[in-house]
Design a protein around this ligand. Structure first.
Ligand code: AMO
Length: 436
């Protein structure tokens, strides 16, 4: 209850967030949050109080600050303090414990950093996820997804929700998780690929933001068993150029918007803003291989680019085109899934987008003819009968269409300079981790 307005000095002020202290210089404020760090210098105690907006220093006298992660509220006045983080602190008159922590945390949350103690951090993620670094990362990621949604919605795309329990893998390959589905074999969806294509016949332009599952055999710093796939698919395109145009405008918009909506978090993580002003260069795979070999002396064999070739291509894009992004186009059929549009010369209209030297999206134009799809399945040793329901869609009229999918964790990690994609997810799943 607020006190009467003729007694303002004793009224409890409304809650202020630590980030807003500079707006309240000299005023009385009420902070609520967690005991992030504490220091007792005899007569005076320092408390770093953490809330959803960050953290701030509180100075107290003659009280015992409770154990780390206790939840407290503090009332006092704001004062400029050059030594305090953020330049302001609260001189507390009152502190109340709202929830007392009874056990020390496995890692001191204030010292939780993916550079300092990665294994312990993941082992106790249910608590370490409270750290300021993880909090900022998760906020940036949420803003990236919000920006993805906002851009596409403004472009008249409709959000869709597709099943994650499926009868067949959409991407081929062996990296499927099997599920016992009422006594029958089912799988966790590797991607919403086939469903998002089906939905083009409903809305023409669709997107989805949902987890997908890959039983990846390779345990690397860029692979997760569960990741957030930002999927786009749209009809009535001319060719793969339209897919790149949309992707470029989308990523530019996401990067610009997140620079505004998550500015404090980007600053906290000392993130380098993405270079998006220049057009994203586009280079076909064969030319990319040649360029990397001639310019950097790195020969990349196989049907794809290896990670080192991707890194060097990213370096070239930055050096020559002032861009953090580069499209690699015209992948060979052998390197792409059955739904990719073949160009008749062994190549396809399938493409990847590389951000800071790492692939973050795959996409391209799709086959929209049922007969061609059957051929493409058979070429890859897949049984068309298992895709009967999907194939039927193409016998009932499908426009030329295409799309792409962004790996949200890779995008986040690369934007923020996070060395391991596991730290770009709240609760990562990988070959050796199912908890927390
Ligand atoms: P693809 O399999 O290349 O394409 O995946 C698209 C993007 O998803 C991310 N990604 C991953 N991120 C973390 N862990 C993984 N194990 C992992 N695997 C992939 C990458 C990649 O670029 N259906 C197509 C997309 C399309 O054509 O629309 C697909 O899933 O950032």
């Amino acid at each position: 209850m607020r006190e009467d307005s003729d007694q303002p000095s004793t009224a409890t002020p409304a809650r202020t967030l630590t980030r807003d202290l500079p707006l309240h210089d000299g005023e009385r404020v009420l902070l609520k949050g967690w005991v992030h760090a504490r220091r007792d210098l005899g007569g005076v105690q320092f408390l770093i109080l953490r809330d959803r907006s960050g953290a701030a220093q509180v100075v107290l006298h003659g009280v015992e600050v409770p154990l780390h992660e206790s939840v407290v509220e503090v009332e006092g006045s704001v004062a400029a303090s050059p030594k305090a983080p953020g330049g302001f602190e609260v001189q507390a008159e009152r502190m109340e414990i709202l929830s007392l922590a009874t056990h020390p945390t496995p890692v001191e949350i204030a010292k939780a950093s993916w550079n300092a103690n990665p294994e312990t951090l993941l082992q106790y993620r249910q608590v370490t996820v409270r750290g300021l670094e993880a909090q900022a990362m998760l906020k940036v990621q949420a803003e990236l997804v919000a920006a993805f949604r906002a851009f596409l919605t403004a472009e008249s795309f409709t959000e869709i929700f597709t099943p994650k329990l499926v009868a067949a893998g959409a991407e081929g390959g062996a990296d499927l998780f099997e599920v016992d589905y009422y006594g029958k074999r089912a799988y966790l969806a590797q991607s919403p690929q086939l469903y998002k294509q089906i939905m083009v016949a409903v809305h023409e332009r669709v997107f989805e933001t949902a987890p997908v599952y890959r039983a990846e055999a390779s345990h690397t710093t860029r692979h997760l068993a569960e990741y957030l796939s930002l999927d786009v698919e749209f009809g009535f395109i001319e060719d793969d150029g339209d897919v790149m145009d949309l992707q470029e405008r989308l990523l530019r918009s996401m990067m610009q918007r997140v620079a505004e909506t998550a500015a404090p978090e980007l600053e906290r993580l000392e993130a380098t803003p993405a270079r998006v002003d220049a057009p994203f260069p586009r280079i076909d795979l064969l030319a990319a291989r040649k360029l990397v070999e001639e310019r950097y002396g790195h020969a990349s064999g196989g049907k794809d680019l290896d990670p080192e070739a991707e890194r060097l291509l990213g370096q070239w894009a930055l050096e020559e085109h002032d861009s953090d992004f580069v499209f690699v186009t015209h992948y060979p059929e052998a390197a792409r899934p059955f739904y990719t549009y073949p160009t008749g010369d062994g190549l396809t209209r399938g493409l990847d987008l590389i951000f800071r030297g790492v692939e973050i999206t795959s996409g391209g134009q799709r086959v929209h003819d049922a007969e061609v799809l059957v051929q493409e399945l058979e070429k890859r040793g897949m049984d068309p009968r298992r895709f009967e329901g999907y194939l039927e869609v193409f016998r009932h009229g499908m426009p030329p269409h295409g799309g792409f999918a962004i790996g949200a964790e890779r995008l986040t990690a690369l934007l923020l300079g996070i060395p391991n994609v596991r730290f770009a997810r709240a609760f990562p799943r990988d070959g050796s981790r199912l908890q927390p």
